[in-house]
Ligand binder design. Structure first.
Ligand code: ADE
Ligand code: ZN
Length: 334
């Protein structure tokens, strides 16, 4: 079964590129770029103390604190290129054929790194990965929901004015960071603009937030996907709607355990989603922080649920169908 899962053609839809920064690369870039890591936080004493701390996140916000410090070592285009190419190399080994990766421009522009520095590095890695591995990929620009709607709009306009949505450099928008207290409707204006312009739309919802966060993302922000969405299982009517509309949920099992959204993978509503015809993909979220890449997430689900090969085929085919690549690529992958 493990060989079957390894070889299954995979699409990854929920991967924060900044969340693939390993402690090794974090320390290496901190030294190269002369970035001071917080000396008052003993977790940053060494690679091993940092790795040990990553095993004890208490919530999404506890993780985000480390995530934003970690990415502060990324300075040049070449840093972003190395980061993304390392991820693609790893994803290729796990059988990923197509990846749609999130990036958080505001987390970089806010500390003086230009939007274009980030994108130039990511695009260079995408081109190399396609050439070296035949791995296709797309970028999804995420807005940080702990920042204002105006800031999100400004970021959207910066990307738009560079032609990044119209030329396909960026396929869509997303919404991440602290969920509870920062509901999706705050960002309705930027979602309306993206919708109007035919840009793809997703949002993190129902990770820590209750099912109304999912409903509001669908109704008010007109999203086409839901990232995480595990709390959908708590609302039967909404679950039926999501199944009927074939809205893709991008589920991240190891993340949900590390961030204490559930206490174990077996507590995730995977069986319920399968039995109700909800389309979902299995993803790694922030693999360097959560103890596993995409294949580790597949193995964890298999261990907890003992799915059949037919069920895995259904999941993998749904992931291809729910991808934002062109129809020709989908037909090739199916
Ligand atoms: N940013 C990176 N990972 C995230 C997650 N799991 N939820 C919300 N924002 C994030
Ligand atoms: Zn995420």
């Amino acid at each position: 079964m493990r060989q079957f899962l390894k070889e299954l053609p995979k699409c990854e839809h929920h991967l924060h590129i900044e969340g693939s920064l390993s402690p090794e690369l974090l320390f290496q870039l901190a030294a190269t770029n002369r970035i001071k890591l917080p000396h008052d936080n003993s977790a940053f004493a060494s690679i091993s103390t940092l790795e040990a701390r990553y095993e004890h996140f208490t919530s999404l916000d506890d993780f985000l604190h480390f995530y934003y410090i970690g990415m502060s070592v990324l300075i040049t285009s070449s840093d972003f290129e190395s980061l993304a190419y390392d991820y693609f190399t790893r994803a290729h080994k796990d059988g990923v054929h197509h990846a749609e990766i999130f990036f958080d421009p505001q987390a970089h522009t806010d500390r003086g790194i230009a939007y274009n520095t980030v994108v130039t590095g990511l695009v260079a890695a995408q081109q190399r990965a396609e050439k070296d591995y035949g791995l296709t990929s797309k970028l999804i620009l995420c807005f940080l929901r702990h920042m204002t709607a105006d800031d999100a709009l400004g970021t959207y306009k910066a990307a738009s004015s560079l032609g990044h949505f119209s030329d396909g450099t960026v396929v869509g928008i997303g919404l991440d960071s602290s969920e509870v207290g920062n509901p999706p409707e705050i960002f309705r204006e930027v979602y309306a603009a993206a919708s109007e312009a035919g840009i793809r739309r997703t949002a993190h919802a129902g990770e820590e937030g209750d099912p109304t966060y999912i409903e509001r993302a669908l109704d008010i922000c007109n999203v086409e996907r839901i990232d995480h969405g595990i709390r959908l299982a708590e609302d039967g009517a909404l679950l039926k709607r999501v199944a009927k509309d074939k809205t893709l949920l991008t589920v991240c099992p190891l993340s949900n355990v590390r961030l204490r959204c559930v206490s174990k993978v077996a507590d995730l509503p995977i069986r319920k989603f399968l039995d109700s015809g909800v389309r979902f993909s299995i993803n790694s979220d922030d693999p360097a922080y959560f103890g596993g890449y995409i294949l580790d997430n597949f193995y964890a689900v298999q261990e907890a649920f003992g799915l059949s090969m037919e069920e895995w085929k259904y999941i993998a085919d749904g992931a291809i169908k729910g991808s934002w690549c062109d129809e020709e690529r989908k037909t090739f992958l199916l």
